[in-house]
Design a protein around this ligand. Structure first.
Ligand SMILES: [Zn+2]
Length: 444
C-alpha cells in the first residue's frame, strides 16, 4: 500500500470497492505521491529486464539482502502485474516475450521481431531512432541472445545468431551493444564460430563502431558523443556474478558506461539492460545463482535510478519477461535465503569439480557453499540422474526456497516504474501494454 492516500480513497479500499475506473484513480493518486511530476513525456527510457524474475524472486531477494530494501522497494516503484503468454502458448519463451515487450505484438515462441504471419515488426529501437534518439542494448548473456535480439533483429528462429549479429551491426538506430558473444562475430580462424567466415568486428568498425574487448577497455574509454560502441567481453556469455572477475565488466559497469555515453544525445535515448542469467539460475533451480545475479542486476537498477532522479526526464521501467522455475519461499530461523551469502559458485561449476566416482563431493560442496550436508543428502546427489539439479534442490532447501519447475511458468510478473508516465504501468496489464506505455512516454 502506498503512503498518503486521501482518506476517502483509503476508506473505499477498506470496504472492498472494486470498480476499475476508481481503482485507476487510486493508483494514479498514489503514483503522484512518490513520483516527481514532469508531465507524461520522457526524454529517455531505461528498460531493465531481469529475465525470469517474478514475485518469488522479489520476496526471496528481500530476505537475502538483509540490510536495507532492494532499490525497487526502497523507491516504491511497484506498479502492477504483467501477463506474459505468447501468441501460441500460455507459457512464453524469451523470444516471444522480448518481441511483445519490444514491439507490442505477441508472436509465437521462438520467433524474434516478426509476427506469427511472418511480417517484420517495428521495435521501440526503430521508433526511438526515427525520433532522433540514441539506442543501446546491454546484457550478461551473449548480446545476440533472445531478449536483446528482440529489440533490433527480425529472425524466424531465435538461434540464428549469425544473422542477428549481421542485423545488429547494420542497424541504423543502434549506437551501443555491450555483452558477451564474441565468437558469434568472428570466423573460426580468429577464434569464432561463424560459418559464413565473416569478421563482424571488422565490419562493425567499418560501420563506425569502436570495439571494446575487456573490462579495462570499457573502464578507460571516455565515452564520446559521436561514437558507437560494440563491447564483446567474453567468447560466449559473461561469467555468473560470483566474486570478482578481473577480465569481464559487471552489469553495473556496463550500464554506467551506457548511460554516460547515451545521455550525451541531445534528443534523448532508449537503453535496454538485461540481467540475463537470473533465468538460467531458475532453469537450474540454483537459488544462490539466482540471488547473486539479482544482486548484480540491482546495481544496474540503482545506477539507473540515480541518473533518473537527477535528470528528471527519464522513465525507468523494470519487468521480467516471464517467471522461471516457480520459486517459492518458506523461510524460518534455520532456513533463510540469507544462508546463500557464502555460496561461491553455481551448482554447475561445483559439479564440474566433482570427480566421476563422487569421491570429493562432500569436500567440493562444503567448501563452495559453507553449508554442511548429511550422508542422506550426499547419497541423494550421487544417486540422482541429474546430480547438479539434486545439489541445487538441496542448497535451495537449506535457504528455505523451493521450485516447482525447471522451465518458465505462466504466472504474472511484477512491473516496477519511476518517472514521467510511470502510471501507464498500473494495475493488471499485458506484456504488449509495456511497449505501449514506453512508446507513449518516449515518442511524440
Ligand atoms: Zn528461460
Amino acid at each position: 500500500m502506498k503512503k498518503n492516500l486521501p482518506v476517502l480513497v483509503t476508506t473505499a479500499l477498506v470496504v472492498g470497492l472494486t470498480v476499475s475506473p476508481f481503482q485507476k484513480a487510486v493508483a494514479s493518486d498514489a503514483g503522484e505521491s512518490t513520483t516527481p511530476d514532469h508531465g507524461s513525456h520522457a526524454k529517455n527510457v531505461i528498460f531493465l529486464i531481469p529475465d525470469g524474475f517474478s514475485t518469488g524472486y522479489a520476496d526471496s531477494y528481500r530476505h537475502f539482502k538483509q540490510e536495507g530494501l532492494p532499490v525497487w522497494e526502497e523507491k516504491d516503484m511497484l506498479r502492477g502485474m504483467v501477463a506474459t503468454h505468447s501468441a501460441d502458448s500460455k507459457i512464453t519463451d524469451s523470444a516471444a516475450a522480448g518481441t511483445a515487450l519490444a514491439t507490442g505484438t505477441k508472436t509465437n515462441n521462438g520467433m524474434l521481431g516478426i509476427s506469427p504471419e511472418g511480417e517484420d515488426l517495428e521495435t521501440i529501437v526503430d521508433l526511438a531512432g526515427q525520433a532522433g534518439k540514441k539506442n543501446g542494448l546491454v546484457a550478461t548473456s551473449t548480446i545476440n541472445h533472445a531478449t536483446p535480439a528482440a529489440f533490433a533483429a527480425s529472425v524466424e528462429g531465435r538461434s540464428d545468431y549469425e544473422e542477428i549479429a549481421n542485423q545488429f551491426i547494420n542497424h541504423e538506430s543502434i549506437d551501443l551493444l555491450l555483452g558477451g558473444g564474441r565468437e558469434q562475430y568472428l570466423p573460426p580462424e580468429e577464434g569464432g564460430i561463424r560459418e559464413d567466415g565473416a569478421n563482424l568486428i571488422t565490419e562493425a568498425e567499418e560501420q563506425g563502431f569502436t570495439y571494446l574487448e575487456t573490462k579495462r577497455d570499457l573502464l578507460h574509454e571516455e565515452a564520446k558523443d559521436d561514437a558507437k560502441y560494440l563491447g564483446l567481453f567474453a567468447d560466449d556469455e559473461l561469467m555468473p556474478s560470483f566474486g570478482i572477475n578481473t577480465i569481464e565488466p559487471s552489469l553495473g559497469q556496463m550500464t554506467s558506461f551506457a548511460i554516460d555515453h547515451l545521455s550525451q544525445a541531445d534528443e534523448g535515448f532508449f537503453l535496454m539492460v538485461e540481467g540475463s542469467q537470473i533465468d538460467w539460475a531458475g532453469h537450474d533451480n540454483d537459488a544462490a545463482y539466482a540471488m547473486k545475479d539479482t544482486e548484480a542486476f540491482e546495481e544496474a537498477v540503482a545506477l539507473s535510478m540515480d541518473f533518473a532522479e537527477k535528470d528528471g526526464e527519464t522513465l525507468i521501467v523494470m519487468v521480467g519477461d516471464h517467471d522461471t522455475g516457480g520459486l517459492s519461499i518458506q523461510p524460518d530461523d534455520d532456513y533463510n535465503p540469507a544462508n546463500l551469502h557464502n555460496v561461491k559458485a553455481t551448482g554447475e561449476q561445483m559439479m564440474q569439480k566433482v570427480d566421476h566416482s563422487f569421491s570429493n563431493l562432500e569436500e567440493v560442496v562444503t567448501e563452495n557453499t559453507s553449508m554442511s550436508f548429511t550422508e542422506d543428502e550426499l547419497t541423494t546427489i550421487k544417486e540422482s540422474d541429474d546430480p547438479k539439479l539434486a545439489l541445487n534442490t538441496i542448497v535451495s532447501e537449506k535457504a528455505g526456497m523451493a521450485w516447482t519447475s525447471t522451465d518458465h511458468t505462466a504466472i504474472d510478473v511484477p512491473i516496477y516504474a519511476y518517472g514521467p508516465h510511470a502510471e501507464a504501468f498500473n494495475g493488471n496489464i499485458d506484456n504488449t501494454d509495456v511497449f505501449k506505455g514506453i512508446k507513449e512516454a518516449l515518442i511524440n
